[in-house]
Design a protein. Structure first.
Length: 462
């Protein structure tokens, strides 16, 4: 008969890690013992000849995706076959069973079967009893921390929130979602987060923000599926009373036909999730588009007008505003133009019209627009452009008035000069006797000067 034993009694689940290095680890040491007991009398030579047996040891023969194998380098070596001649009553063999470091199925134990038969039953002196049990089966369980009846039931709760009040559709924009996952029950096996979103979003990454313990994760898209992403959380075990907060980022495709609102659903599931517990959550968020509108005033717009008394006729004032949409989305625009109709110094704007050169929109004019009061806490931000036009009224000079004024002022100035000269005696006439007297006085003065000079010379000679 065959007997199977193994060590350790339970496989430690702490060493499994689906995000670490890809390697195979020894998990169980299996011991297969065969016992030979004589049930009929036989010759001593026959007993000494021994019994040739052929045995096969297989790991998880009934499981489609087997977990254990006998070679550290060959994961397909799930069975071993050997032939042995039993000369003693007992013969034991040890085998190492390896497992991959990442195992998603930790609920069901590993099954190990051992089948044996006689190799040369036709010519051997010793034969195997046909009633002997030729198979031995053992199951190696995984270590569990369950609260009830050795059955682990996970209680997963998921909650998420949008990190913005709306989904903004723009070029090179990202949409972020905060996700919190908690397990209030037993250890959760093969825990998965599934995110369902519109095809206009493309999953970019998920980052761990906060966790109660080490919580590795790995996300992958499904082939051919554009609206779903599945992320494995702390594989293979998401421990009891653990929680983790993630931030998922999605790329926003601006060429997608978006609705006014979108819905997103995130659900958590595992191999041992409580079937009576709902762990899916759906939320909606409005969609808004980024607008790239530019309002400009063309350079050929009027900025100066002048009027004269000789040319008082009305003049045309043309101002051209240009609105450009540099974005990727069509959108309605209300354009309002404000201008005064009555100006200072009796200027007035009349017969104003609005023309649209490009037939892309429709405009209507509204006159006598009054100001509207807005609440202070309600923000309004509109693109605005302003242009100022200067009006000048030029009065040409009056030539007749200028000439008359010049002549009058000249006459007045001449009279003033004449009076001053008259007061100074410039206009008094001199008589002949006056000139004769002046000549005599001058001659007398000359004689006196000559006589005085002569006397001075005589005094010096003496």
């Amino acid at each position: 008969m065959a007997h199977l034993t193994f060590q350790p009694k339970e496989i430690n689940t702490e060493i499994f890690d689906c995000l670490g290095a890809d390697e195979n680890l020894p998990m169980v040491t299996l011991t297969a013992c065969f016992e030979m007991v004589k049930v009929t009398k036989s010759k001593q030579e026959a007993v000494r000849s021994g019994l040739n047996i052929t045995f096969t040891v297989a790991v998880d023969p009934m499981r489609q995706k087997y977990l254990g194998f006998f070679s550290q380098t060959d994961k397909t070596a799930r069975s071993l076959t050997s032939t042995y001649e039993m000369l003693d009553e007992t013969a034991c063999f040890n085998f190492s069973i390896y497992m991959h470091k990442c195992v998603s199925e930790l609920l069901s134990p590993i099954s190990i079967n051992c089948n044996f038969s006689q190799a040369d039953n036709e010519t051997a002196a010793t034969t195997l009893n046909v009633d002997s049990k030729r198979q031995s089966v053992v199951e190696v369980p995984f270590k569990k921390a369950c609260r009830k009846n050795d059955t682990c039931i996970a209680e997963l709760d998921v909650d998420f929130s949008f990190m913005t009040t709306q989904l903004l559709v723009a070029e090179d924009a990202y949409f972020n979602v905060s996700i919190k996952l908690a397990n209030h029950g037993d250890d959760s096996y093969n825990t998965m987060l599934a995110m369902h979103y519109p095809p206009g979003l493309s999953f970019s990454r998920m980052t761990l923000i906060e966790s109660s313990r080490s919580t590795p994760h790995k996300c992958s898209d499904l082939e051919g599926v554009l609206d779903k992403t599945i992320c494995g959380v702390s594989l293979p075990l998401f421990r009891s009373r653990s929680s983790a907060t993630f931030e998922s980022s999605f790329y926003v495709m601006h060429d997608f036909e978006w609705d006014d609102t979108i819905s997103m659903t995130i659900d958590a599931n595992s191999n041992n999730q409580d079937s009576n517990r709902t762990s899916a959550l759906t939320k909606n968020i409005p969609v808004q588009y980024e607008i790239k509108m530019i309002l400009t005033v063309k350079q050929d717009s009027a900025t100066y007008l002048n009027f004269t008394t000789e040319d008082p006729a009305p003049k045309e004032m043309g101002i051209t505003y240009r609105i450009d949409n540099f974005g990727f989305k069509d959108f309605p625009v209300n354009v309002t133009m404000f201008f005064p109709t009555e100006l200072e110094h009796n200027f007035e704007i009349k017969s104003y019209e609005v023309f649209v050169k490009e037939n892309k929109t429709q405009c209507t004019a509204t006159t006598n627009q009054t100001s509207e009061k807005k609440d202070d806490f309600t923000p309004f931000q509109f693109p605005m452009r302003r242009i100022e036009v200067q009006f000048d009224f030029i009065i040409p000079p009056n030539k007749l008035l200028i000439i008359s004024t010049g002549v009058s002022l000249g006459l007045v100035l001449l009279i003033i000069i004449t009076v001053v000269l008259f007061k100074l005696g410039c206009f008094k006439r001199r008589k002949l006797t006056y000139h004769i007297q002046r000549e005599r006085i001058k001659a007398t003065e000359n004689v006196k000067e000559t006589y005085k000079s002569t006397n001075i010379s005589n005094i010096q000679l003496q």
